[in-house]
Design a protein around this ligand. Structure first.
Ligand SMILES: Cc1ncc(COP(=O)(O)O)c(C=O)c1O
Length: 383
């Protein structure tokens, strides 16, 4: 007998915006046509060998088969604190200011459970990584206050317009735009955070190690009162390892750990060791050669695409970070997306990141070089 079941009201989320496109892409593939997928930020390159090896070795540890802890292994937390000091010059207490995560996404969702009550206001950038508005706001029954990011302001928000929120998500280097935070903006954000102690700033640095001009800076260089999120996913091309970390203000970190203790039992130890191996490979804040090599590859692919798009007259946001290219194609991006898909290239419609992304398109260069070149040919022939 079939039981029809209505899910909880809080799951009445807006329809997943890419579902129809993915159906069309799948149909093309089924018909034997190649589809180049530039719509997902999932790197094609493998993690560095020493990172994989660290995970493999850890499987032989006596404790590897036991429950890890929600806060994370103490040696790994110490590695995070050591890395943070070398990379940003900020000292952290590994026992009070560091929490290992099952990927940054988990922490970004759970921080809301830790700091808001139903009905509270949560500031969510527009456009933005959808998790903030969905898991970080709707699933915790909060009011979403959209904070528009405009190209004229380098996709940085106007903090003067934000008031009365309990939680504010921000993300630099930014998905989907590739924008970076300026030092001036971070200093202003630091002052704003200090002046609003009832508010939590959740600063997402998942792309913190993917900058091509100058290293990204941490909000914790400007204020001790924020919570910052990092991840091995994009740093080491290891999205499947599901490991990241949150750092910052001790009471909020402790509240986050409390939520996690009720829900999960921590990231598997082998992947925590992989994270530790990556962080330990930095020297005085300088990343190992493998990471520099990734940057060169992504940067080269980006340049190829940016130049091809600019040559065709598209308005490309000239960023120097992340593996995304963000470009404007008109007032509505869907006809462009549709035409590109007919020619075998799947891009992400900007409106999937919020109304502020309407008219824009995101391309992710997490595909092999020959696919980027094939995409360039498609762009050149897209009438
Ligand atoms: C802005 C942003 N934050 C966080 C994440 C999630 O990272 P993780 O794989 O560590 O959960 C992503 C993934 O695409 C992202 O784009």
């Amino acid at each position: 007998m079939n039981h029809s079941h209505k899910p909880a009201v809080r799951l009445n989320l807006p329809a997943y915006p890419f579902a129809e496109l993915e159906r069309r892409a799948a149909a093309l593939k089924e018909a034997g046509k190649p589809v180049y997928n530039l719509s997902i930020g999932d790197p094609d390159l493998p993690p560095p060998g020493f990172v994989v090896e660290a995970a493999r070795r850890a499987l032989d540890e006596d404790r590897a088969h036991l429950y890890p802890s929600s806060r994370g292994d103490s040696d790994v937390r110490r590695a995070v604190a050591g890395w943070f000091e070398g990379r940003f010059g900020v000292q952290l207490d590994p026992d009070r200011q560091v929490c290992i995560l099952i990927g940054a996404k988990e922490g970004l969702a759970n921080i809301a459970r830790a700091v808001v009550n139903p009905g509270d206001a949560v500031a969510v950038p527009d456009p933005a990584y959808p998790v903030y508005g969905r898991a970080g706001c709707r699933l915790v029954e909060c009011q979403q206050v959209k904070v528009r990011l405009e190209p004229e302001s380098g996709f940085l928000p106007n903090l003067d317009r934000i008031g009365g929120v309990k939680l504010m998500y921000l993300n630099y280097p930014n998905n989907p735009t590739g924008a970076e935070a300026t030092d001036e903006f971070l200093a202003e954000l630091g002052r704003f955070t200090d002046a609003n102690p009832e508010m939590t700033v959740a600063y997402d640095m998942a792309y913190g190690e993917m900058c091509f001009n100058r290293p990204a800076r941490s909000i914790l260089e400007f204020t001790p009162n924020a919570v910052e999120f990092h991840s091995l996913s994009k740093m080491a091309c290891a999205t499947g390892y599901r490991v990241g970390f949150a750092v910052g203000e001790p009471d909020r970190i402790s509240a986050l750990v409390k939520v996690k203790e009720e829900i999960d039992s921590g990231a598997p130890l082998p992947f925590q060791r992989a994270l530790s191996a990556m962080l330990d490979a930095y020297r005085d804040g300088v990343p190992p050669q493998d990471l520099i090599h990734y940057r060169e590859i992504f940067n080269r692919r980006r340049e190829l695409l940016v130049n091809a798009l600019a040559k065709q007259g598209y308005d490309v946001f000239r960023s120097r970070a992340t593996f995304y290219v963000w470009f404007k194609v008109g007032n509505d991006e869907l006809p462009f997306i549709s035409r590109a898909l007919e020619k075998g290239v799947l891009f992400t419609p900007g409106s999937g990141f919020g109304p502020g992304g309407r008219g824009w398109v995101r391309a992710s260069v997490t595909v092999p070089d020959d696919v980027v070149s094939a995409t360039v040919s498609v762009i050149e022939n897209l009438s």
